[in-house]
Structures are given as structure tokens and as C-alpha cells.
Design a protein around this ligand. Structure first.
Ligand code: GRF
Length: 225
């Protein structure tokens, strides 16, 4: 019976690869969600383009193998992405999760793994795609900010939206206050979305995201856990 159980978990558990560049607080949220059983999946590798990323320490502590691909080791971004893609195929990943990965993936990479790459972005897309989203939102005097989880395609921050969460910006806020508020939402909802994917509930069809066969509305429906 133990053998059978092993077989069943092997068949149904999705293999997840997480790409990071830095702190890895979202990676930690995923590690915790796998451990608690919220995600029926296994993080089988962490890939970093930065050898000093603190997320690598988190991976090691959790017993997850990690691989480093630094830009300086390759002539082009294409060559680097090709090496990463080969590693991912060797691992046999079902899902690629970008969690603070600070490189733009080449179209060859995003097309190869279409419908299998997720990203989290600290803004309410399509507003504030790109870098420095907090600073830009605050300079513009926005009264709200947030995060977006989306499928990845070749347009940067442009793939189909899965889930968004809003937070307020108060007049007396420092940038750190807004970052903390947004990250709380990230750590709450990224594991949830990954759990949906691993349970085969979340799909991308013709550039649109579907949950349980229903098209996902563009924002603020994260309450149905
Ligand atoms: C997150 O805030 C995410 O929105 C952005 O990069 C940050 C990564 O943080 N893409 P961490 O490395 O997960 O702590």
C-alpha cells in the first residue's frame, strides 16, 4: 500500500521550478505552502541568475537543489535562456514560477513553455509595468496599489491576468509601508494560484486565464479560497 501511495503522489504531484534573483520571500511562501499541503506539488529546483540571492539560502534550508545561471557566463540572453530551458526540461518541470526573477525572458523561452510560466508583479497591471512601481505610484499620488499574478508571454508584464489584489496608499505612508502591504498580499495569493495550477484548475487557453473552466475576471476575486 505504501508503494501504491508513492506511485499515486508521483503521478499527481506537479514538479515546480522557481526562478529567483534576490530575497526569495515569495519562494519561502511557496515552500511553506508545499509543506502545509496547501500546494499539491513539489518544488524540485530553484534557479537563480544571481549567486548571492538570499533565496538560495532558503532553498538550501528546505533541501531544494539550486542552479545558478549568470549572464556573464553566456554570450547572449538567448544562450543563457537556452541553458536554463534545457535544465528545466531535464528536471521535467510542469510549472515555472517567476518570483522576483529580474531578467526578461526571451520569446524563444516563453513560447517553449507557453501556459506553464507564472509571474508576480507589484502593481495593478496594466498600470505600472516595468521597474520601480512603488516609487512611480507614490509620485503620481495614487491612493491604491497592489499586485498582479499572470501567465507569462513574450510581452513583458503583458500575459493574461489570473488574480489581482489591491491595497490602499495612505497620505502618511512611506514607501516601505506600501511594499509591506503589497508583499503581504503576494505571500497570501501566489501560493493559492500555484495550488490552483497544481490541482489542474487553472489553465491558459487562447491567451486567457480560466479557473475551473470559467474565464477569470480581471481583478479582486481572491476571496474564493
Ligand atoms: C516581489 O515583490 C515581486 O512582486 C517582484 O519582485 C519581488 C520579489 O520579492 N516581481 P522576493 O524575492 O520574492 O522576496
Amino acid at each position: 500500500a505504501i508503494c501504491r501511495l508513492f506511485f499515486i503522489t508521483r503521478v499527481f504531484m506537479k514538479n515546480i521550478v522557481v526562478l529567483i534573483s534576490g530575497e526569495g520571500s515569495n519562494l519561502q511562501a511557496m515552500i511553506d505552502a508545499c509543506a502545509s499541503g496547501q500546494i499539491s506539488g513539489k518544488i524540485c529546483a530553484v534557479i537563480s541568475n544571481n549567486a548571492d540571492a538570499y533565496g538560495l539560502v532558503r532553498a538550501k534550508k528546505a533541501g531544494i537543489p539550486s542552479f545558478i545561471f549568470e549572464r556573464k557566463a553566456y554570450e547572449t540572453y538567448q544562450a543563457m535562456d537556452q541553458a536554463i530551458a534545457s535544465q528545466i526540461e531535464l528536471i521535467g518541470a510542469d510549472l515555472i514560477v517567476l518570483a522576483g526573477y529580474m531578467n526578461i525572458l526571451t520569446p524563444a523561452f516563453t513560447q517553449r513553455f507557453a501556459g506553464k510560466i507564472l509571474n508576480i508583479h507589484p502593481s495593478l497591471l496594466p498600470k505600472y509595468s516595468g521597474l520601480d512601481t512603488y516609487q512611480r505610484a507614490m509620485t503620481d499620488g495614487e491612493t491604491e496599489h497592489g499586485m498582479t499574478i499572470h501567465f507569462v508571454n513574450e510581452i513583458v508584464d503583458g500575459g493574461s491576468i489570473i488574480l489581482q489584489a489591491k491595497v490602499p496608499i495612505f497620505p502618511e505612508d512611506e514607501i516601505e509601508d506600501v511594499i509591506a502591504r503589497v508583499q503581504e498580499q503576494e505571500h497570501r495569493y501566489y501560493p493559492l494560484v500555484i495550488a490552483w495550477f497544481c490541482a489542474d484548475r487553472l489553465k491558459e487557453v487562447d491567451g486567457k486565464a480560466y479557473l475551473d473552466g470559467k474565464p477569470l475576471p480581471p481583478e479582486d476575486y481572491g476571496n474564493e479560497e
